[in-house]
Design a binder for this molecule. Structure first.
Ligand SMILES: [Zn+2]
Length: 261
């Protein structure tokens, strides 16, 4: 824990020891579930959420996604006070995806993603197929976290489903930040997680808070792809109010997920 704040990592990718190719650890650590969660706690996380991922660039059916979802939910059941899984859907398999959402929603899951289209055999997040799936998510009050969507694609999604709760992942570099900031102002249910590229640019987070409002921003690490502590101190050291830090660290996740602690 970090003194003064409850911290929820709203963007991570846990390792399930029973699922091959789900370890996104470039330098080999952590390489198992116990170490993954131990590192999370050791570096200050109080809770975490995210999908178990595996690259399936040419899927022939929904099985690979059902497997990662099952692997994620298995971890959620094992670490109920510390982890919520994020379900993966795929617009190539609409009926399976909707059935998957309904199945896990009944089990209490309120989060979808991070969805990573380029690893999953699709590119757009605003096709009729994915809108059909997201419409069901909206009706169930679920939140969807999506890897770096393109500006036009994301705008089209939000125009079609203005009541869907969306968290776009990763700030990126300055040009992308400026573009997405304008979208954030336009769409009330569009949020942003600060994992991955972006926070290491000095002043970026303060710019986002000033432009979009702290209530739109969620803390995330992308662990074990990225460093947890750099993210934590990137927020702690920013020149923003303590209230803004608390909202980013956990308040906004708590509100969007609808989960009681
Ligand atoms: Zn990620």
């Amino acid at each position: 824990m970090i003194e003064g704040f409850r911290i929820v990592d709203a963007h991570c990718h846990p390792i399930n020891d029973n699922l091959a190719n789900s370890k996104f650890n470039a330098y080999g650590s952590p390489d198992n579930a116990v170490d993954f969660f131990a590192d999370m706690r050791a570096y200050g996380m109080d809770f975490c959420v995210g999908s178990v991922i595996r690259s399936t660039k040419e899927p022939v059916d929904f099985t690979p996604f059902a497997e990662t979802n099952a692997a994620g939910f298995e971890l959620e059941e094992k670490y109920p006070d510390f982890y919520q899984t994020g379900i993966r859907i795929n617009p190539l398999f609409v009926k399976d995806s909707i059935a998957e959402l309904e199945k896990y929603h009944k089990k209490g899951v309120t989060w979808i993603g991070e969805l990573v289209p380029y690893m999953s055999g699709y590119t757009s997040i605003s096709t009729p197929e994915i809108l059909e799936i997201f419409g069901v998510a909206r009706d169930m009050g679920m939140t969807v976290n999506i890897h770096s969507p393109g500006t036009e694609d994301l705008d089209r999604l939000m125009k079609n489903l203005p009541d869907l709760k969306v968290v776009a992942a990763h700030p990126g570099e300055r040009a992308a930040v400026l573009e997405r900031t304008e979208l954030m102002k336009k769409h009330k249910n569009l949020h942003w997680d600060i994992s991955g590229t972006g926070l290491f640019r000095w002043g970026m987070l303060r710019y986002l808070v000033e432009q979009c409002g702290a209530e739109k921003l969620l803390f995330g690490t992308d662990f074990p792809i990225c460093n947890i502590s750099m993210q934590v101190y990137g927020v702690l050291s920013e020149k923003i109010s303590e209230e803004a830090k608390a909202a980013i660290f956990s308040g906004n996740y708590d509100r969007l997920s609808g989960r009681s602690r």
